[in-house]
Design a protein around this ligand. Structure first.
Ligand SMILES: Nc1ncnc2c1ncn2[C@@H]1O[C@H](COP(=O)(O)OP(=O)(O)OP(=O)(O)O)[C@@H](O)[C@H]1O
Ligand SMILES: [Mg+2]
Length: 248
């Protein structure tokens, strides 16, 4: 639950102004809004990367920044350490989040599993800067999945993927989410992706992101392969575009 979140960068206008949203535990909301409206700032504040804000960000009645709440973030710029290999990048994150040595064997399995699932197992020993944008993006997704966080924040995580890879990873993402329904905020610029992956769709408006509309998305519960084809999908796309036109 987020109440009255106001966030301004040094010397600038507020990026968010008295922003409110409640995301129920174990649900997934997609977030769509014009460039510069404050989507990344919102995720960064929840993740604790921006500490200088007014208002409250709570999870289960406590500040979200208490240690017990593990937050997995896939940042818009991937957030990989350039001086570590791909597998070391994931390993470092897992060891910080789960320092117990008894977990290590399972962690190694998770690293292998997710690198394979993302189709980048053969890149495990390469360094981030020698990878394409889409490959780096998949490393960041693998890292977030392997982490098994309490809250998952994804900032346009599939934006650099080609259409086919994107569909494959969207499906994989949904399957994984249904097995581990982590409380999730998923930022996207793509209306179709917002409908495919969100139980609800938050539309933020330009200008400080202070107003928004939360749209129900019954389509979420249909099978992935059936969704795109259905008439409701088309209707929902139209509905969201209309809200966007009114707000942007
Ligand atoms: N580090 C920063 N310093 C100063 N201003 C910033 C900084 N980061 C973002 N802003 C400003 O805050 C506002 C919101 O930016 P933010 O990155 O949250 O937008 P966004 O909705 O994620 O946009 P996009 O869709 O382009 O990623 C913008 O006006 C931006 O210029
Ligand atoms: Mg952004």
């Amino acid at each position: 639950m987020i109440t009255d979140l106001t966030l301004a960068y040094q010397g600038g206008q507020p990026a968010l102004d008295k922003f409110h949203i409640t995301v129920p535990e174990h649900s997934i909301y997609t977030v769509i809004g014009p460039s510069g409206c404050g989507k990344s700032s919102l995720l960064r504040a929840i993740a604790g990367l921006i500490k200088d804000y007014q208002g409250d960000i709570q999870f289960n009645g406590k500040s979200v920044h208490e240690k017990a709440t593990l937050i997995g973030l896939v940042p818009q710029n991937y957030g990989l350490l350039p001086w570590r290999t791909i597998q070391a990048n994931i390993r470092v994150a897992l060891r910080i989040a789960h320092p117990d040595k008894a977990d290590r064997e399972r962690q190694e399995q998770q690293i292998r599993h997710w690198l394979e699932a993302m189709g980048i197992a053969e890149l495990a020993d390469r360094y981030p800067l020698s990878l394409s944008g889409g490959q780096q993006q998949r490393v960041a997704i693998a890292r977030a999945f392997a982490l098994l966080p309490t809250i998952m924040l994804l900032d346009e995580p599939f934006s650099a993927l080609d259409a086919l890879t994107r569909e494959k990873i969207q499906q994989l993402f949904l399957e994984n989410w249904l097995t581990h329904p982590t409380t999730t905020l998923f930022v996207t610029h793509d209306v179709e992706e917002a409908i495919l992956l969100g139980q609800k769709i938050m539309v933020m408006s330009s200008g400080k992101g202070e107003t928004l509309e939360v749209i129900d998305n019954p389509l979420f519960y249909q099978k992935y392969e059936d969704k795109r084809e259905s008439d409701e999908f088309f209707q929902q796309t139209k509905r969201i575009r209309k809200v966007m036109q009114e707000k942007w």
